[in-house]
Design a protein around this ligand. Structure first.
Ligand code: C5P
Length: 400
């Protein structure tokens, strides 16, 4: 990749992961200039970054470079992207409020280039409204927020706050630099997650969909520059910053929300695992246990995708097919019956390889031409990026 990155490293324990990130970036042929804050140098030495990047490491404040220009100006001129990883709560706060008291923060303030930050901190710092508001400010200014993720934290707690893994950051940076203008004039509507179909106030019919595929699609669509509306069933995921989110529970609610947004959308991707049936009756009080068997009558829910496809004008429509058998036959049937442009198919097994809840999946793309393309197992974000690349092609040639 013939691009230049400024990698800003701030002072958190995840700074050691920034060394691996530097290695991955240079291996992927990015030119990397590392800027360390004074706090970062307490965690990891500049020599590590100088060796891995092959470039001198900068820190401190406003020293003049060889060209006679001061460093923060030179660096922001040559950078295609400024990436701050790890980004502590402190540096996020400084960037949000325009504080420029060292080289890195001055560089970000003086730059007109794209900026991405990878937050890494203790979960309470992450959850603190001060941090959340600062993140929102960054997001509103178009700064890309990568992560954090949930997991074991250096402080001994478990929860949200771990820096995203370097491999994933590399994937996202790559996507950001390559794809960020593709859909700048497009509105993408995405459904995600399961639906819950209640038969009393505390019981419902649902499925194990985690929503990860739909959320990855929303994230990728934002990376591609689209305006994204994400209609989500009940899931345990943080919506990607920048997406307009509509939370729903039932298929009927999901349909109502999708119907409202459909006509103004250019692309509709139906990644939700919508329940095909709902209980025919809803009891407003809890059904009491009686010890004997109980018959639950189910009636069909609206088939959102099929119903909206009848109102299709110029939209690109993409559906998912999760099948336990005859994937090709079922996916092509869906493609035709629901008047879709592309179907993303995957086989579901109950042998531990179920894509529900997993971070990765193995899919096959089915086209209107009846051709298909199977992809190896990969992350859902990568799959999402591939699907959006297909959408890009479909916009050029809808008969693909
Ligand atoms: O026919 P089937 O339900 O298997 O089709 C799956 C596709 O249709 C998925 O894209 C799913 O999101 C969508 N769907 C829907 N409304 C339903 C059921 C499925 O939009 N009620």
């Amino acid at each position: 990749m013939n691009k230049t990155l400024v990698l800003g490293v701030s002072g958190g324990i995840a700074a050691y992961k920034a060394a691996e990130l530097t290695r991955l970036l240079t291996k992927a042929e990015y030119t990397v200039h590392c800027v360390l804050t004074e706090h970062a140098k307490k965690f990891i030495g500049p020599i590590t970054f100088a060796t891995l990047s092959g470039n001198p490491v900068l820190s401190g404040n406003f020293e003049a470079s060889e060209s006679g220009k001061i460093q923060h100006i030179t660096l922001s001129e040559i950078a295609d992207l400024i990436l701050v990883a790890p980004a502590t709560a402190n540096i996020i706060g400084k960037i949000a409020h325009g504080i420029a008291d060292d080289l890195l923060t001055t560089l970000v303030l003086a730059s007109q280039k794209q900026v991405a930050v990878c937050p890494a901190m203790n979960l309470f710092m992450w959850e603190n409204p001060a941090t959340q508001e600062n993140i929102q400010i960054l997001q509103n200014r178009g700064i890309e927020i990568i992560g954090p993720v949930s997991g074991n934290l250096a402080c001994g707690y478990e929860g949200m706050g771990r820096m995203e893994e370097p491999e994933k950051i590399l994937e996202e940076i790559h996507a950001l630099l390559v794809n960020h203008r593709i859909f700048s004039d497009k509105k993408i509507l995405i459904t995600a997650g399961p639906t819950q179909e209640p038969f009393d106030p505390i019981r419902f019919l649902s499925n194990p969909s985690s929503g990860k595929m739909g959320y990855a699609l929303a994230k990728a669509a934002l990376q591609f520059g689209a305006k994204v509306t994400l209609i989500s069933g009940p899931v345990n995921l943080q919506p990607p910053y920048g997406a307009a989110i509509i939370k729903v529970k039932t298929a009927d609610e999901m349909f109502a929300a999708a119907e409202q947004k459909f006509l103004e959308s250019d692309i509709f991707i139906s990644a939700a695992a919508v329940s095909d049936w709902k209980p025919s009756l809803f009891h407003s009080e809890k059904e009491k246990k009686s010890g004997s068997s109980k018959i639950l009558e189910l009636v069909p829910t609206p088939d959102i995708l099929a119903l909206l496809s009848r109102r299709k004008k110029n939209q690109i429509l993409i559906g998912f097919a999760a099948e336990t058998e005859n994937l090709e036959k079922n996916a092509l049937k869906k493609l035709q019956e629901k008047n879709l442009d592309l179907v993303v198919g995957n086989l579901i097994h109950w042998d531990g390889k179920s894509p529900f809840g997993a971070d990765e999946n193995e899919i096959t793309l089915f086209y209107k031409t009846k051709l298909s393309k199977s992809l190896p197992r990969m992350s859902k974000l990568k799959i999402a990026q591939i699907i959006l690349k297909e959408v890009e092609q479909l916009l050029i040639n809808p008969e693909r």
